[in-house]
Design a protein around this ligand. Sequence first.
Ligand code: AP5
Ligand code: ZN
Length: 217
Amino acid sequence: MRIVLVGPPGAGKGTQAAFLAKNLGIPHISTGDLFRANISQGTELGKQAKAYMDAGNLVPDEVTIGMAKDRMEQPDAANGFLLDGFPRNVSQAEALDEMLKAESMKLDAVLDLEVPEDEVVKRIAGRRICRKDSSHVFHVEYKKPQQDGVCDICGGELYQRDDDSEETVRTRLEVYHTQTEPIIDYYKAQGLVVTISALGKVEEVTARAMEALKSKA
Ligand code: AP5
Ligand code: ZN
């Protein structure tokens, strides 16, 4: 399946994507994780992206679309993928449609995670991620690591993301409402959207998502 995951910052996209990708046997492609990997490796792309990310703004489309396309062209994505954090505005959604059309492919579903803003703020405030791999995500209350400050998966150091400060989160939420939410209508017009509540335990949300995706498989 080819799936796009949408939802506000801190909705649990990365958390759900890890389980859904495994259940469905498709790669999890997160543009946020790709940018963070580039930043930690000190690449030119990482240098370009960092200032935008730290301010909570979108990285320009010229940089983002090429990076996403390169990743989607890897062999493991030939039979499907779960996109997390891309597309993030209507022009990225149009670019994705063009890319897929050129390969005679199409999206199967857009999974929209709904979470009230006060919950999102709590989830982000307590989030800790791994220095070695930003897809290893924990929470000081809701998903405690076995040892304080240490990643259960790889032993890496856990830290708070630079863009998880209160002020930057406010900007990211605003950017989500103004630039990303319009893609939901864009995809509704294509009949692709399934909306679920992302409240409750992680495994409950995963079960809800798998059930909702059945209608699009
Ligand atoms: P990105 O990394 O995509 O950040 P985001 O969309 O803001 O989403 P988050 O990673 O904050 O949250 P999430 O929904 O994945 O939640 P998580 O699973 O971690 O993007 C970062 C930046 O990169 C952007 O601001 C932009 O600058 C740039 N960028 C990326 N893509 C781009 C694009 N396409 N175009 C332009 N720029 C782009 O969960 C949050 C916390 O809650 C965790 O601690 C988790 O443990 C906890 N949690 C999860 N589920 C539950 C639950 N059910 N109950 C309790 N706690 C839970
Ligand atoms: Zn780790």
